[in-house]
Design a protein around this ligand. Sequence first.
Ligand code: R5P
Length: 320
Amino acid sequence: MPVSEDLKVFTGNAHPQLAKDICSHLNIALGACDVFKFSNDNTFVRILENVRERDVYLVQSCAVPVNDSIMELLIMIDAAKRASAGRITAVIPYYGYGRSDKKDQPRVPITARLLANLIETAGANRVMTIDLHAGQIQGFFNIPVDELTAVSMLARHFQGKGLNENVVVVATDAGDAKRARSTANILKAPLAIVEKVRTRNNMEQIESSNLIGDVNGKTALIVDDEIGTGGTVIATAETLMRHGVKDIYCYVTHPVLSGRATEVLDDGSVKEIVVTDTLPVPSDRMGTNISAISVASILGEAIGRIHSGESVGAMFNDVH
Ligand code: R5P
């Protein structure tokens, strides 16, 4: 189906501010769309402008309440499809259920795959996201997935603050070593890995952590894809302090910040935690040592490039 020159961006209720900021970057108005719940808890969507043959981008992060955010996205895709949109891209800055990406215990689901199936079945033609929990989630889709990354932006943020000297980049587990390696390459710093062992069945209790690499006397930059309860970052910081690290900084792409995370992270062990705005965080949950930088320009540029058929990979030439 031909896609017209017209580019349209709509948002659900998950993170309207990010959608507005993306539109500012693209210099277009945010599309008009009603997305609300009836008194019977059923979600309703109506796109309030013509999208026939248009290149449509639906911005919806998997923000709390996660299942409502997902349902809104699916219904928005359906509405756009039935309104004869030329191409529909689901822009999901934070892809929820990403940690449920394998059958690592008997009789558990692979919910990240189920979500991919739902998005495709609803009618999305493409997906755009940032820093998936595991890159392999791309393969759960049979449609193109553009996985963007905030690694370069976050690493350069610390570089800009002079965090170059005597720094060691630290992965919070072996599965996250690639992201940390990319950061280490940008900062021209060595890499260390903390081996994380989760023992409780709810997977939110971290039992022990061992260290691979030399960190003694260095400044550590902990790198992760998301902060949930804050347990991983704090356990990693404790391990690093036991091994003689001087100062600890941290960046993560997705500020899930569930439960008591803000208080847990404010225990004085980590000097500064930088996150992005892939998820909305109310100011009272940011904590004294947490700050956010925006991914709107990354998403806006990628949308512009996809719309005009330019390379998206070229945006990330410095991430290896
Ligand atoms: C898990 O493997 C992820 O990379 C993060 O380390 C995890 O989601 C952080 O969760 P929490 O803050 O609850 O320890």
